[in-house]
Design a protein around this ligand. Structure first.
Ligand code: CP
Ligand code: NVA
Length: 307
C-alpha cells in the first residue's frame, strides 16, 4: 500500500473501494451524531499554495471530527524553496506530525514532499491532479446507483479534474467519456497510464472533440472551469477556445436524464450557466458535502495503516 495519496493511479481498486465504503459509513455515522475518535490527538499540517474553500474547510473540520488537530501553515511563513528546501520542510514536519495535506502548483513539489517525508502526504490539488475531489465525486455517483453501471461524461478543459477523473475511472473500471478540444486533452503520459490500467479493470474511457457526442445519454455530466488557478491571465483566450463546451440547457438536452456535476468553484456564465448549475439535476453540493466524508476515510486509511 502506498504511503501517500498523490494519484488515484497508485491505488488498487480494492483499496479505493474500501475507502469509498468507509466514507459512506462515516457519512451515516455523522448523520446519527457520531464522530468516531479514530485520529485522537493526531496532528496534520495543511499547506496550501493556492486558494481553497472546500478542501481547506473539509480537511480541517474532518481532522477535528476524528479527534485530531490540523495546523494551518501559511506558505509565506514557511518559505518552501526560499527559507528552506522542500525536503527539509518535509523532514521537520515528519518529526512532529502524523500527516501532511498539501495543495501546490507544481505536482513535482508535492512528490518532493512525499519523497522526503516519513509521514503520509495527501494531494489537496496540484496543477496535474485532484484525487480527493474525485473520491468525493465517486462517492456521490454511487449514491445514485452502482458506480460500475454509470456512464460519466466530462466536458471542457483537460485539466487536473479531467486527469484525476480519468485515472480514477481507469482504476475502478468505469465508463467515462471526455469531451475536450484536441489541444486540451489530458497529457499523453496520463492517457497511456489510464489505457494500461483500463486493460486490467475493463474501464471504458473514450474521447471526443464533440461535446454533444461526449454527453449523449450520459448519467452524469461533469464540467470544471476553463481557466484553473494559476491560469487567470489566460481567462479571455480560453473563453474563446472552450465556448462550444459550455454546459448549458442546449447541451444538456442530449443527456435528458443526466445529473450535473462540478467540483466548484464555478465561473458562472463561462463553463456552466446558472440555469444548469442551479437546476434540479445539479448535485454539486452533494459533491461538496462528500469532500468531508471521503477525506476522513482517506485520512484514516493512511494514518491507521497496520505497521
Ligand atoms: N473543489 C475544490 O477543491 O474546491 P476548493 O478549491 O475551494 O478547495
Ligand atoms: N481545475 C480547477 C479545480 C478547482 C477545484 C483548478 O485547478 O483551479
Amino acid at each position: 500500500m502506498p504511503k501517500d495519496f498523490l494519484s488515484l493511479a497508485d491505488w488498487s481498486p480494492q483499496e479505493l473501494r474500501g475507502m469509498l465504503a468507509r466514507a459512506r459509513e462515516l457519512k451515516n455515522l455523522l448523520r446519527e451524531g457520531q464522530r468516531p475518535q479514530t485520529l485522537e490527538a493526531r496532528c496534520i499540517a495543511l499547506f496550501f499554495e493556492k486558494p481553497s474553500l472546500r478542501t481547506h474547510v473539509t480537511f480541517e473540520a474532518g481532522v477535528t471530527q476524528l479527534g485530531g488537530h490540523a495546523i494551518w501553515l501559511r506558505p509565506d511563513q514557511v518559505g518552501v524553496g526560499t527559507r528552506e528546501t522542500p525536503a527539509d520542510v518535509a523532514a521537520n514536519l515528519s518529526r512532529w506530525l502524523d500527516g501532511i495535506v498539501a495543495r501546490t502548483y507544481r505536482h513535482a513539489l508535492l512528490e518532493e514532499f512525499a519523497e522526503a517525508a516519513e509521514i503520509p502526504v495527501i494531494n489537496a490539488l496540484t496543477d496535474l491532479l485532484h484525487p480527493c475531489q474525485v473520491m468525493a465525486d465517486f462517492q456521490t455517483v454511487a449514491e445514485y446507483g452502482p458506480l460500475e453501471s454509470a456512464t460519466l461524461a466530462y466536458v471542457g478543459d483537460g485539466n487536473n479534474m479531467a486527469n484525476s477523473l480519468m485515472l480514477g475511472a481507469a482504476v475502478l473500471g468505469l465508463t467515462l467519456r471526455l469531451g475536450t478540444p484536441e489541444s486540451h486533452r489530458p497529457p499523453a503520459s496520463l492517457r497511456e497510464r489510464a489505457r494500461l490500467l483500463s486493460e486490467q479493470s475493463g474501464a471504458r474511457i473514450s474521447w471526443s472533440e464533440d461535446p454533444s457526442e461526449a454527453v449523449r445519454a450520459a448519467d452524469f455530466v461533469y464540467t470544471d472551469v476553463w481557466a484553473s488557478m494559476g491560469q487567470e491571465g489566460e481567462r479571455e483566450s480560453r473563453r474563446a477556445i472552450f465556448q462550444p463546451y459550455q454546459l448549458n440547457a442546449d447541451l444538456m438536452r442530449g443527456a435528458p436524464d443526466a445529473r450535473v456535476m462540478h467540483c466548484l468553484p464555478a465561473h458562472r456564465g463561462e463553463e456552466i450557466t446558472d440555469e444548469v448549475l442551479d437546476g434540479s439535476r445539479s448535485i454539486v453540493f452533494e459533491q461538496a458535502e462528500n469532500r468531508l466524508h471521503a477525506q476522513k476515510a482517506i485520512l484514516e486509511h493512511l494514518l491507521l495503516r497496520k505497521a
